[in-house]
Write a protein that binds this ligand. Structure first.
Ligand SMILES: Cc1ncc(COP(=O)(O)O)c(C=O)c1O
Length: 359
């Protein structure tokens, strides 16, 4: 049976061109700064997002943590959204390993935080308070329907940060999805921030790797923090070779994933017993709710699984689907057909079990 896996864009596999590039990659020891393929990728990545320097890290989670450690000292505070990946899904790494305290502010449905909420969270100068050091944004915003943040919004947060002497970090795991959805050069989305990460291994289909970008001075310090975390790797050219193809060949096609997500969402909106807000769907992530007592969430998942369709169960009756490379228009038709059949079947309902929260 053919599997249509919509749990995440992290399930994408390297393309044949990436496998070929991995095979032929020129290699050296990257901890000694001698891996030519990694050096080339880091240069290309920094230029692409308009930053002086870049650093390859194994994962987005490590990239965000490296940036947190580079910006903040122990006991300092980071302002971030209450729905952000860094707050919810990175195992509390910044506090566990960096002694950095999160100060959460509500995320609006479009992934923004209100400027007045951010400003209210900035600590005054008082020996009782932790020092605020950093504001973190997420673009696209995973939990908020994969919403893209606009350059105007990002610039306004950065202006507020400057006014208070703070830095801004962007969790741009899917920053290229944002740029493609908004129809802008990615540099517009990164011009006013101090550091960012983006992932090579999500919609861009590389098997491993994320990139940290910032000023040369920032990246020198980040390189040290990556080493602290055990993220100094040796012949990283095998990762960087695929990452280079990801940047060169896989960005523009993200538009196809966005179109597929839109069509999927519009189809779900027609299925009785399912509820979806179409207004917030601009990229490759959609969330929908089961609003029928004809079947339980577990039954929905199990029946789709039997038809070869996988999705993510995020809350008792909420689900996520993510479109990506390898998911074609016909797959969207197949998923909609299967969902319609599953929702039409009439079975006794049971208890909706709490979902394990995954990313
Ligand atoms: C918005 C966001 N940031 C960071 C990450 C972490 O990336 P990784 O899985 O490479 O650690 C993810 C992973 O899904 C994500 O969605």
């Amino acid at each position: 049976m053919e599997i249509i896996d919509l749990r995440s864009d992290t399930v994408t596999l390297p393309t044949p061109t990436m496998r070929e590039a991995i095979y032929h990659a020129e290699l050296g020891d990257d901890v000694y700064g001698e891996d030519p393929t990694t050096i080339r990728l880091e240069k290309m990545a920094g230029e692409r997002v308009g930053k002086e320097a870049a650093l390859l890290v194994p994962s987005g989670t490590m990239g965000n943590l490296v940036c947190g450690l580079t910006h903040c000292a122990r006991g300092e505070e980071v302002i971030l959204g209450n729905q952000s990946h860094m707050f919810l899904n990175e195992a509390g790494g910044m506090s566990a390993l960096g002694g950095i305290q999160p100060h959460i502010v509500p995320n609006q449905p479009d992934g923004t935080m209100r400027l007045e909420d951010i400003e209210a969270a900035i600590r005054g100068d008082n020996i009782h308070f932790p020092r605020t050091r950093l504001i973190c944004l997420e673009n696209t915003h995973n939990r908020c329907n994969g919403s893209p943040l606009t350059s105007e919004y990002i610039d306004s947060v950065a202006a507020l940060a400057r006014h208070h002497g703070l830095s801004v970090h962007l969790d741009g795991a899917r920053i290229f999805n944002a740029a493609v959805a908004l129809g802008v050069n990615v540099k517009e989305l990164t011009r006013s921030i101090d550091s960012l990460i983006f992932c090579l291994s999500k919609g861009l289909s590389a098997p491993v790797g994320s990139i940290v970008c910032g000023s040369r001075e920032f990246i020198n310090e980040a390189r040290r923090n990556r080493k602290v975390l055990g993220g100094g790797m040796r012949q990283t050219g095998v990762i960087a070779a695929a990452g280079t193809i990801a940047l060169e060949q896989m960005v523009d096609r993200l538009a196809e994933d966005h179109m597929n997500a839109r069509r999927l969402a519009e189809g779900i909106a027609q299925i009785s017993g399912l509820s979806i807000d179409l207004t917030g769907i601009h990229t490759n992530i959609i969330y929908f709710d089961l609003v029928s007592d004809r079947l339980t969430a577990d039954e929905l998942i199990t029946r789709l699984r039997k038809k070869g369709i996988r999705l993510l169960h995020v809350r008792p009756s909420r689900f996520r689907m993510v479109t990506h490379h390898g998911i074609h228009s016909e797959d969207i038709d197949a998923v909609l057909l299967a969902l319609g059949e599953v929702m039409e079947s009439n079975t006794p309902s049971g208890t909706v079990k709490a979902a394990a929260s995954r990313t």
